[in-house]
Design a protein around this ligand. Structure first.
Ligand code: C2E
Ligand code: MG
Ligand code: MG
Length: 681
C-alpha cells in the first residue's frame, strides 16, 4: 500500500478537484463544527435537558460533519477511471468520527481539565477524523490501484491531531478572554479546517495507477457520489440547523421556566427581584392586590380561579403603560415596575386601570366582582431597592384598607408602622409554624470539586405576602432588636439539621450561620451556642459563624474579643461580605477569624474586567498570606470558576453556578448528582 510499486504496465493517472465542491465541503465541516461547539456549551450549563443529551448531539453533528465533508470532498474529485463506493463501508465509516467526537468532547467538557486532557482530546479527535477518512477511502471501489506516500500520510494525521488540539484548547480555555461568538466562529473555522486539511492532505498522499487497457473505455469520471452529494449537503444542513435550533430552544425553555409564570405567562417574581436589584436613579412600583381570589377558588374551584387570574393578567397586559414592566409576583399580586418614572405618573396610570375593575368580569357565563387595591411606592438614587418593595408591601398591610380599587401612594407616617408591626407580631408565629425555614447553599472546593459545607439562609413563607427574602424582614427585626430571637432559632435549626444528617449516615457536615452585628458581642450568644452543642451532640467545628464586615467594624475592639472567645470554644469564624465595609488591613490582621468570604460584587465582572480580576486576585493573595480560608460568594458562571481555579489553589466557591440555596430534600437529590459527577472526574 505504501511502498510496493504498482503492477507492471500500470501508469500513473492524475485526478482533479472541482473548486466549488471543495469549498462546499469545507463549508459543511465548519458549519458542523459551529453546531457541535454550540451544543457543547450546553453540556456545562444546568439546563432543562440532561447534559449527556447535548454531548451526544454535539458528537453526532461533528461526526456527520466529518463524514459528509469527506464524501462531498470525494465528489469533488475526478479521474479518468470509473469508481464507486461500497454502501456498507460508506455507512460504517461514520462510526469512528462520531465515537472520536464523543470522547474528545467528553474530555474537554469535564469541569477539571489540564493541557494533558486537551492533548488527549486532540489526539482522539484527530485520529477519529483520520480513521474516518481512510475507512472512507477503503469504501472506494475502482479498477485503478493506489499507493500512499508515507510522509504525506503521516502528515495528514498530524495535521488533524494538532489542529483539533488547538481548536479544542482555544474554545475551552481562551473563550473567557474574548467575547463569546467571535471565538466560537474562529474555533469552528479552525476545526472545519482540521477536518478538511486532513482530507485534502490525505488525497495528496495518494497516487492512482491504471492499466492502459482499463483506461481505454473510460472517460474522466467523478466518483459516482454525484448522486449522493445533493442529499448529503441538504440533509447535513438541515440536521445542523435543527441541532443548532435545539440548543437555542433549550436555552429558551430554561429561561421561560426560571423567569415566567405558568398560568399567566407573565414574568415571575424571580425576574421581578432581579430587575429590582438593578440600580436606577429613580424607580416607582405599583402592586395590584386582589383580595377575593382565594374566595373565588373556594366557591368555584381552582381551574375557574385560574381563568379569573388569566383574565386579570390579560386586562393588565392590555392596559399596561409603555413605561412599565408587568410581573406576577404572588398568588394574588401583580406588579408594575417603572424605572425612571415619578410616582405621580404611575398613580395616574393605575387609576385608569382601576376603572376597569369597577365592572364585573364575565367568565363561563358567571359574573365575578373583583375586590382589589393598588399600592404605589417610589425610591430614588441611593435608596435600597428592597425599600421600594417593603414600602409597597407596607401599604398593603394598612389595617384600614378597603378593597374598592383605590390606588394608594406610600406615606411613611401612615404605612411604615403597620408593615413593621405585621413582621414583628408575626415572628413568633412564623418560628413556631415553620413559616420561617432554612435553606442551605453548598460551598464547593474549587480544586477538588468536593463539598466543603453549607451556608444556612433564612426564608419566610409569609401567610399574607408570600415568600419574603431576608433583605426585607431582617432590617426590621434588627431595628426593633428582635434579631437575636431569630438568630437563636436559626442556630437551633442548623444544629438540628447537622444531627439529623449524622443520624441518616452523613457524618461531619458543616453549616455556617449568619450572626447579625449587634448579637456578636452579646454574652447570650456564647451561652446559646454552648447549649446547642450539648443538645444536639455536635462539634463546634461543624458550626461556622458568619459575621459581616460592616457590623464588626462599628465596635472593633469588642468584636475582636468576642471572636477570640468563639475561637477558643472551637467555632470557625468567617468574615462575610468582605470588601463591602471599611475595615483596615491592621484590623484584619488582629481579627482571629478563620475564613474570609469575598463579596459577590468582586467576582461579578470577572474575568471580563481586567481591573476587577486584578483586585480579586490581590484580595485572595492577601487572605491566603494571612492563612485564611477563602470563600468566593455569588459565582454564577463557568468562566468565573475557570478564572478562580487558574488564579489560586484551595479556594472555596459558593454560588448559583454550583447550586442555589435548597431545602434538605432538594439538597439530598442535588448531592447524589453532584457526588456522581465529581467521582467521575
Ligand atoms: P449573605 O450571608 O452574604 O448570603 C449570601 C446571599 O447571596 C444569599 O442571599 C444567597 O442566596 C445569595 N447568593 C448565593 N449565591 C448567589 C449567586 O450565585 N448569585 C446571586 N445573585 N446571589 C447568590 P439571601 O439568602 O437573600 O441572603 C441575603 C443576606 O441576608 C445574607 O447575605 C445575610 O446577610 C442575610 N441573611 C440570610 N439568612 C440569614 C439568617 O439566617 N440570619 C441573619 N442574621 N442574616 C441572614
Ligand atoms: Mg453569609
Ligand atoms: Mg455574603
Amino acid at each position: 500500500m505504501f511502498t510496493s510499486s504498482p503492477p507492471s504496465g500500470y501508469v500513473e493517472i492524475s485526478g482533479d478537484h472541482s473548486l466549488s465542491l471543495v469549498l462546499l465541503s469545507v463549508f459543511i465541516a465548519c458549519l458542523a463544527s459551529y453546531t457541535a461547539l454550540s451544543l457543547n456549551e450546553r453540556v456545562r450549563k444546568n439546563g432543562f435537558f440532561h447534559p449527556a443529551l447535548w454531548l451526544l448531539l454535539a458528537s453526532f453533528s461533528m461526526g456527520f460533519g466529518i463524514w459528509s465533508m469527506h464524501f462531498i470532498g470525494m465528489s469533488a474529485f475526478s479521474m479518468p477511471m470509473s469508481m464507486h463506493f461500497d454502501l456498507l463501508w460508506t455507512f460504517f465509516s461514520i462510526a469512528p468520527a462520531i465515537l472520536a467526537s464523543f470522547l474528545a468532547f467528553y474530555l474537554v467538557s469535564r469541569p477539571k481539565h489540564s493541557v494533558l486532557s486537551f492533548a488527549l482530546a486532540g489526539v482522539t479527535l484527530g485520529i477519529g477524523i483520520a480513521t474516518m477518512h481512510y475507512t472512507g477511502m477503503a469504501a472506494m471501489a475502482t479498477n485503478a490501484v493506489y499507493r500512499y506516500h508515507p510522509g504525506l500520510f503521516v502528515l495528514s494525521i498530524v495535521i488533524a491531531v494538532v489542529v483539533s488540539f488547538v481548536a479544542l484548547f482555544i474554545f475551552s480555555e481562551l473563550r473567557k478572554w474574548m467575547e463569546k461568538w467571535p471565538i466560537k466562529l474562529f474555533t469552528s473555522l479552525l476545526m472545519g479546517l482540521a477536518v478538511s486539511s486532513m482530507h485534502y492532505t490525505g488525497m495528496k498522499a495518494i497516487t492512482f495507477f491504471a492499466s492502459p487497457s482499463d483506461m481505454a473505455g473510460s472517460h474522466t469520471a467523478h466518483a459516482n457520489t454525484n448522486m449522493l452529494i445533493i442529499p448529503i449537503a441538504f440533509g447535513m444542513s438541515f440536521l445542523l440547523i435543527l441541532l443548532l435550533f435545539s440548543s437555542v430552544l433549550d436555552r429558551y425553555i430554561d429561561y421561560r421556566i426560571s423567569y415566567f409564570d405558568g398560568p399567566t405567562r407573565l414574568p415571575n417574581r424571580r425576574l421581578f427581584e432581579k430587575t429590582l436589584n438593578k440600580p436606577t436613579e429613580r424607580c416607582s412600583l405599583a402592586i395590584w392586590h386582589f383580595q377575593n381570589l382565594e374566595q373565588i377558588n373556594q366557591s368555584y374551584g381552582y381551574s375557574f380561579g385560574e381563568k379569573v387570574l388569566q383574565q386579570i393578567a390579560c386586562t393588565l397586559r392590555e392596559a399596561h403603560p409603555g413605561f412599565t414592566d408587568l410581573y406576577r409576583i404572588g398568588t394574588n399580586r401583580f406588579a408594575f415596575l417603572a424605572p425612571s418614572v415619578e410616582p405621580d405618573i404611575l398613580v395616574q396610570a393605575m387609576k385608569a386601570i382601576a376603572l376597569k375593575w369597577k365592572e364585573p368580569i364575565e367568565i363561563e357565563e358567571k359574573w365575578i366582582e373583583l375586590s382589589s387595591v393598588c399600592s404605589v411606592s417610589s425610591v430614588s438614587g441611593t435608596d435600597n431597592p428592597h425599600q421600594l418593595y417593603a414600602e409597597a408591601l407596607a401599604v398593603l398591610e394598612y389595617p384600614l384598607l378597603s378593597y374598592e380599587h383605590e390606588v394608594v401612594l406610600f406615606n411613611p407616617s401612615v404605612h411604615s408602622f403597620s408593615f413593621e408591626q405585621e413582621i414583628l407580631s408575626g415572628l413568633t408565629r412564623a418560628m413556631k409554624k415553620d413559616e420561617l425555614f432554612l435553606v442551605y447553599q453548598p460551598k464547593i472546593m474549587a480544586d477538588s470539586h468536593r463539598l466543603a459545607g453549607f451556608e444556612a439562609l433564612i426564608r419566610w413563607r409569609h401567610m399574607e405576602h408570600g415568600m419574603l427574602s431576608p433583605g426585607i424582614f431582617i432590617p426590621i427585626l434588627e431595628q426593633h432588636h428582635r434579631i437575636n430571637e431569630l438568630t437563636d432559632w436559626v442556630i437551633d435549626r442548623a444544629a438540628r439539621q447537622i444531627a439529623e444528617w449524622e443520624k441518616s449516615g452523613l457524618p461531619n457536615q458543616k453549616i455556617a450561620v449568619n450572626i447579625p452585628g449587634e448579637y456578636v458581642t452579646s454574652p447570650r450568644l456564647k451561652t446559646v451556642l454552648k447549649k446547642t452543642l450539648e443538645r444536639y451532640h455536635i462539634n463546634p467545628e461543624q458550626l461556622e459563624l458568619e459575621i459581616t464586615e460592616t457590623s464588626v467594624a462599628q465596635s472593633a475592639e469588642s468584636a475582636i474579643r468576642a471572636i477570640g472567645s468563639f475561637r477558643a470554644q472551637g467555632f470557625p469564624v468567617a468574615l462575610d461580605d468582605f470588601g463591602t465595609g471599611v475595615s483596615s488591613l491592621s484590623f484584619l490582621r488582629q481579627m482571629p477569624i478563620t475564613t474570609l468570604k469575598i463579596d459577590k460584587s468582586f467576582v461579578d465582572q470577572v474575568p471580563l474586567s481586567d481591573k476587577d480580576s486584578a483586585i480579586l486576585n490581590a484580595i485572595i493573595t492577601l487572605g491566603q498570606s494571612l492563612n485564611l480560608h477563602i470563600v468566593i460568594e455569588g459565582v454564577e458562571k463557568a468562566e468565573q470558576v475557570d478564572f478562580l481555579t487558574g488564579t489560586a489553589r484551595s479556594l472555596i466557591v459558593q454560588g448559583y453556578y454550583y447550586a442555589k440555596p435548597m431545602v434538605p430534600d432538594e439538597l439530598a437529590e442535588w448531592q447524589t448528582h453532584f457526588s456522581a459527577a465529581s467521582n467521575a472526574n
